[in-house]
Design a protein around this ligand. Structure first.
Ligand code: GAR
Length: 204
């Protein structure tokens, strides 16, 4: 069966990208990466993609007058690569409603908190400050509001008394590396549907 052509958008380190690359390396995995695109030309994640022999593109947002023209260039590359699904993996640009609706239900994000708690930046610092007992990560369909949209998978980690921002981020990242490939597998297997604004995962 044809594997789902998946593009990954990054801005930096690319450890989630690496987890996705590793999952897709199995020929039995139902998705393949058709493009890795970064808005930062120097992103370390691009080297990971290159090392895996994947097509890469750098589209620097700095070279465009506005968000719309940057996003048009991104969409052009996604379509040229035949992307059927787009995964944001540490892609740190806010996307316009126009881009989000163009890729409606084909655009997925991972965020390092148990949404709807702590959208935006500095999630771990804010979780520690709030004194939550559980932190975690969320894979979700992207909607126009930042870090909002129907949840596909979440993983929780317990917060300990001696946690720092760094120690918590590291434990959450470990979980991100598990649930992002798992979410991709479920989507590519056709097991994820949206009904009434909520995700239904078959066999979950
Ligand atoms: C990850 O923790 C991801 O959840 C987060 O950026 C990090 C990227 O790490 N994304 C967001 O905060 C998006 N709102 P990586 O480059 O090593 O995958």
């Amino acid at each position: 069966m044809a594997r789902l052509k998946t593009a990954v958008l990054i801005s930096g380190h690319g450890s989630n990208l690496q987890a996705l690359i590793d999952a897709c390396a199995d020929p039995a995995f139902p998705a393949e990466i058709c493009l890795v695109l970064s808005n930062k030309p120097g992103a370390a994640g691009l080297d990971r993609a290159k090392a895996a022999g994947l097509p890469i593109k750098a589209v620097s947002h700095r070279e465009f007058a506005d968000r719309e023209s940057f996003e048009a260039a991104v969409s052009f590359e996604l379509e040229a690569a035949g992307a059927e699904l787009v995964l944001l993996a540490g892609f740190m640009r806010v996307l316009t409603e126009g881009f989000v609706s163009k890729w409606q239900d084909r655009l997925i994000n991972i965020h390092p908190s148990l949404l709807p708690a702590f959208p935006g930046l500095d999630t771990h610092a804010r979780a520690l400050e709030a004194g939550v007992a559980q932190a975690g990560c969320t894979v979700h369909f992207v909607r126009a509001d930042v870090d909002a949209g129907p949840t596909i998978l979440q993983a929780a980690v317990s917060v300990t008394n001696d946690d720092t921002e760094e120690s918590l981020a590291a434990r959450v990242l470990e979980q991100e590396h598990k649930i992002y490939p798992e979410a991709l597998r479920l989507i590519a297997d056709g097991k994820v549907t949206i009904s009434d604004g909520k995700v239904i995962v078959e066999d979950a």
